[in-house]
Design a protein around this ligand. Structure first.
Ligand code: GLN
Length: 535
């Protein structure tokens, strides 16, 4: 396509309506029509990136191939569309301001007064167009975090207003709002949507398409009412009802012609409706998978979104094994030798989750010990892998004080140690070992068997690592180091052969598992958990 088209996705009334899912669905549907797409997110908070945020704030921190710590919506973008996002796909108010302030200090503005308009807005616009300019994309979909009416969203909305004016038919705005249902009155209410659109209009943006989130089906009359009150064509009002799975949203949006109206509005040929074959096949398989496999997530963040990508990866892996994955969160802070048997009861497999800091690690060690000695399939990810290693040192190698340097700086048996290049870093943001690195798998290992290849690329986010001084001792005692980075020699994977499934990865495989390309480690882990259940 000669010119890149831009789609802006805004939200109103309340947050958590699923702008990320709608953006991903639009991307998916356009992709199915042969367009090259990318999706970017602007977050209005001042942090440079979400890397320093506690997961309780905005959920999981997702990591891109190029090592950007981003909002979890980027995970949805990748899982739905199989695109690879980069740091150009994730921006915050903090990053925008930093870029402008750095330029100011550098003297780039030649003595001008630096202001929100035009300097901040120009920087926002530059970052939207940057993706288009690389000219690979037919569509750039830009999701604006937060809700219309927030003070901090204003510079982003002003930038969109300008861009829509400049780009004409090459840009449009999809606004996602909410239609609440009042039980006492047994009525669905459109007023909040009308207000939210007015709010958008008051900053000079007329939405082209409205997506109405609703818990109950909306009749044509209601859609017509919203259309006429909000200056939007009737066929440009679609509803997004609660569905059993987020993966049904693209199909539901297609059935209502969301992609068709986008194409019409942008003066592009509509053509035939794509069949979405593989996607529908996945949904079919998912519906049929009713037998349950129970996976315990041992972690410390008692919040759905904190382990989003792990949950999604497990759920996809369930479908590919024709089972439904039922995930139980198990708070590691409540896990002790006395409680572990009870808490892990009924779990066919256990994931020991990533994390930072001391809180809850002893529970992870207890879990690793219990699952190892009871041969329950176990998958340790990042900190989870590190705690498997610590447990093994304490209970098999006989080093009662073994620990990670992160938790105990003085331990004599620092089986997990700080990486050399991390030692002198004091800045907290973006300074870990981040992003994609190569890993070479040991032929003949279980992990090699699973990947069926020697060279893999996986994404990382850590400061600490397996201490190679102990490798021989571990291998002699039965825990093998089966994946390593060819340049740094960092140990990336440990496994215990002979057990049903006891594998720990220093990297995060969950960032690469998508709907149509589930991650082999998760698929194999769930498969083993199912076999374990049958035993
Ligand atoms: N805290 C550990 C480290 O920094 C593990 C990090 C993680 O689980 N992502 O190495």
């Amino acid at each position: 396509m000669a010119e890149t088209k831009y789609i802006f996705v805004t939200g109103g009334v309340v947050s958590s309506l699923g702008k990320g899912i709608i953006s991903s669905s639009i991307g998916k549907l356009l992709q199915a029509r042969g367009y090259n797409i990318t999706i970017q997110k602007f977050d209005p908070y001042i942090n440079i990136d979400p890397g320093t945020l506690n997961p309780y704030e905005h959920g999981e921190c997702y990591v891109t191939v190029d090592g950007m710590e981003t909002d979890l919506d980027l995970g949805h973008y990748e899982r739905f569309t199989d695109i690879q996002t980069t740091k150009a796909n994730s921006l915050t108010t903090g990053r925008i301001y930093k870029a402008v302030i750095d330029k100011e200090r550098h003297g780039d503005y030649l003595g001008k007064t630096i202001q929100v308009i035009p300097h901040i807005t120009d920087e926002i616009k530059r970052n939207v167009k940057l993706l288009g300019k690389q000219n690979k994309y037919d569509f750039v979909i830009t999701e604006i975090g937060g809700t219309v009416g927030d003070i901090e969203s204003l510079p982003f909305l002003e930038s969109i207003r300008q861009l829509m004016w400049e780009l004409g038919d090459n840009a449009l705005c999809v606004h996602l709002t909410y239609i609440p249902y009042l039980k006492a009155a047994d009525e669905l209410k459109t007023k909040p949507t009308q207000h939210s659109v007015k709010e958008l209009q008051s900053v000079g943006i007329q939405p082209d398409i409205l997506v109405l989130r609703t818990e109950k089906h909306l009749g044509d009359g209601m859609l017509r009412k919203v259309a006429s009150f909000c200056n939007v064509d009737f066929d440009c009002v679609v509803q997004s009802e609660d569905l059993p799975s987020i993966y049904e949203v693209p199909v539901n949006m297609q059935a209502q012609g969301l992609d068709t109206v986008i194409l019409k509005k942008m003066k592009l040929p509509v053509g035939e409706t794509p069949a979405l074959g593989p996607w529908r096949k996945f949904l079919e398989r998912r519906k049929k998978a009713v037998k349950e496999v129970n996976i315990g997530l041992v972690g410390k963040y008692d919040l759905q979104d904190a382990y989003k990508s792990i949950r999604e990866s497990l759920s996809q892996a369930g479908t590919y094994n024709d089972y439904k994955t039922v995930i139980t969160f198990i708070n590691s802070e409540n896990l002790t030798e006395d409680t572990v048997a009870e808490k892990l009861k009924g779990m066919d497999g256990v994931v020991i989750c990533p994390g930072f800091g001391q809180r809850g690690i002893e529970g992870k060690i207890v879990a690793a010990h219990y699952t190892r000695t009871h041969d329950i399939p176990t998958f340790g990810i990042c900190l989870g892998m590190q705690m498997m290693v610590v447990e093994f040192a304490r209970n098999v190698l006989g080093y009662a004080d073994a620990n990670s340097r992160e938790m105990d700086e003085k331990t004599k048996h620092n089986v997990i140690d700080i990486m050399e290049e991390q030692k002198n870093i004091t800045n907290m943001g973006g300074t870990m070992r981040l992003g994609s690195y190569e890993c070479v798998l040991k032929q003949g290992s279980r992990t090699f068997d699973i990947y069926k290849k020697e060279h893999i690329q996986e994404r990382h986010r850590h400061r600490y690592e397996f201490n190679n001084d102990y490798q021989k001792e571990y291998e002699k005692a039965g825990m093998l180091c089966v994946g390593r980075n060819p340049e740094s020699e960092l140990i990336e994977i440990v496994e215990i052969p002979g057990l049903k499934w006891y594998i720990g990865t220093q990297f995060h495989p969950e960032y690469q598992s998508t709907v149509l390309n589930p991650h082999p480690l998760f698929v194999d882990f769930v498969k083993t958990a199912i076999a374990n259940k049958k035993d």
